[in-house]
Design a protein around this ligand. Structure first.
Ligand code: ITT
Ligand code: NA
Length: 182
């Protein structure tokens, strides 16, 4: 069984391969991202644009939008996480959060699957908190500052364990189940 995973982020594609154990074909297509705070709308738009660019292949096409939602900030940066990471990074995030008592956050992932003419979406969410300082060298993005609930280590310190319990793992396992049932 093969699927196409459209992303400009090779870390995402690598994790998807690990999580799914399927034959994940990474397509490094940088489709334009619509401006919206709605992760699901962004993921749908990405997969639609990807299908147009690919000319509607027979295989299921996956794309995802993901982000970190800080509870003290009413869910910001959410779908804007990419811009926060690119502009001020984890150091900026930590500086902006200093002074807030509530450091809880959610790691979110919405995978959109285009298959046989329609688009389906699958959510993955992990609760956790923002670490006082960056720790660990694995992963990417906000991994050094996100501690999933029930763990003492950051995503970046968890290594392969991240792919067992992450927001992406939850969303992609739901995709696999759905693809597996005709
Ligand atoms: P594509 O849109 O091409 O898939 P992207 O990197 O732009 O790739 P997003 O728009 O979904 O992806 O942006 C989400 C940002 O959140 C991303 O740039 C990373 O910095 C960060 N991110 C996503 N998943 C993450 C994860 O599992 N761990 C840490 N940071 C993550
Ligand atoms: Na985004």
């Amino acid at each position: 069984e093969r699927i196409i995973f459209v992303t400009s982020n090779r870390n995402k594609a690598r994790e998807a391969g690990r999580i799914l154990g399927l034959n994940v074909e990474p397509v490094p297509l940088d489709v334009p991202e619509i401006q919206s705070l709605d992760l699901e709308a962004v993921a749908r738009a990405k997969v639609r644009a990807a299908c147009e660019a690919l000319g509607d292949p027979d295989l299921p096409v996956l794309a995802e939008d993901s982000g970190l939602a800080v509870n003290a900030w009413n869910g910001f940066p959410g779908a804007l996480t990419r811009w926060l990471m690119q502009s001020v990074g984890n150091e900026g995030l930590l500086r902006m959060l200093s002074g807030y008592e509530d450091r809880s956050a959610r790691a979110l992932c919405v995978v959109a699957v285009a298959h046989e003419g329609s688009i389906h979406t699958f959510w993955g969410e992990v609760e956790g908190e923002i670490a006082p300082e960056p720790r660990g060298s694995g992963g990417f993005g906000y991994d050094p500052v996100f501690i999933p609930a029930g763990q003492s280590r950051t995503y970046a310190e968890l290594g392969e364990l991240k792919n067992e319990l992450s927001h992406r793992a939850r969303a992609l396992r739901a995709v696999r189940e759905w693809l597996g049932s005709p």
